[in-house]
Write a protein that binds this ligand. Structure first.
Ligand SMILES: [Zn+2]
Length: 228
């Protein structure tokens, strides 16, 4: 991933998210930090994950202005800007509206360690942003979401979607696919499902970084070469 340009990284990530079933028409976006410190690269607006091309990726300044590229700017760009401003360790942010994650978040139930996937996020229970289920379209809401995320790698936004982050875009995308599967399993298992012990779940967590990298490498191979 590191040998790809920011535009290539974002196009690949969008294709993977589309194949993984996280597309929601033209909504949802991914970003990577600009390595020259100018801001971040963001998928352009009004395009599906299956449509976006390298020319549709824009560079945003830390003030949120488009300083490179001609595509539109997603109104929820403060999600990306404020998380990266607050978390120097985060180089990539994914925001999607995945089916099972949105359904699970609406139940209000804690996310339990019911599968390998869930152990990337819990225990303790996953963060939930409860200030609004509407769009995150202001710097203030973006900052509030970043505070809610804290030092974690994911946050559920009930009635809206998810945000995952990573030290690179591959890990952030892999976290999004794992969170969606964890939420699907939680819904299938239902109330009263028995989780792993905290000790076992946290032992699994120790392998998280390597596991997310392996998952991304696999996911990237699922993208047909003609599309990427
Ligand atoms: Zn959204």
């Amino acid at each position: 991933m590191k040998d790809l340009s920011p535009q290539q990284q974002i196009v690949t990530a969008c294709r993977v998210l589309e194949i993984a079933g996280q597309a929601d028409m033209v909504w949802g976006h991914v970003s990577v930090r600009d390595q020259r410190g100018r801001g971040l690269w963001l998928k352009g607006s009004n395009l599906g994950f299956d449509e976006v091309q390298e020319r549709d990726v824009i560079l945003l300044s830390w003030e949120g202005e488009v300083i490179e590229g001609t595509a539109g700017r997603h109104v929820e760009y403060p999600i990306h800007l404020e998380i990266m401003r607050m978390r120097p360790d985060v180089n990539a942010v994914v925001h999607t509206h995945p089916l099972y994650s949105v359904a699970f978040a609406a139940t209000g139930r804690p996310l339990l360690a019911l599968s390998h996937e869930a152990c990337h996020f819990v225990p303790p229970d996953i963060a939930r942003f409860l200030e609004t289920g509407d769009l995150i379209r202001t710097p203030e809401l973006g900052q509030s979401l970043a505070h809610c995320l804290g030092e974690r790698n994911a946050v559920l936004i009930p009635h809206h979607g998810i945000v995952t982050v990573g030290s690179d875009l591959g890990r952030a995308v892999a976290a999004a696919t794992h969170l969606e599967r964890a939420c699907q399993i939680a819904l299938l298992a239902g109330e009263g499902a028995q989780p792993s012990s905290d000790e076992e779940a946290l032992r699994k967590r120790e392998r998280s970084d390597r596991h997310l990298t392996m998952a991304w490498e696999y996911l990237a191979r699922t993208v047909p070469k003609t599309l990427s």
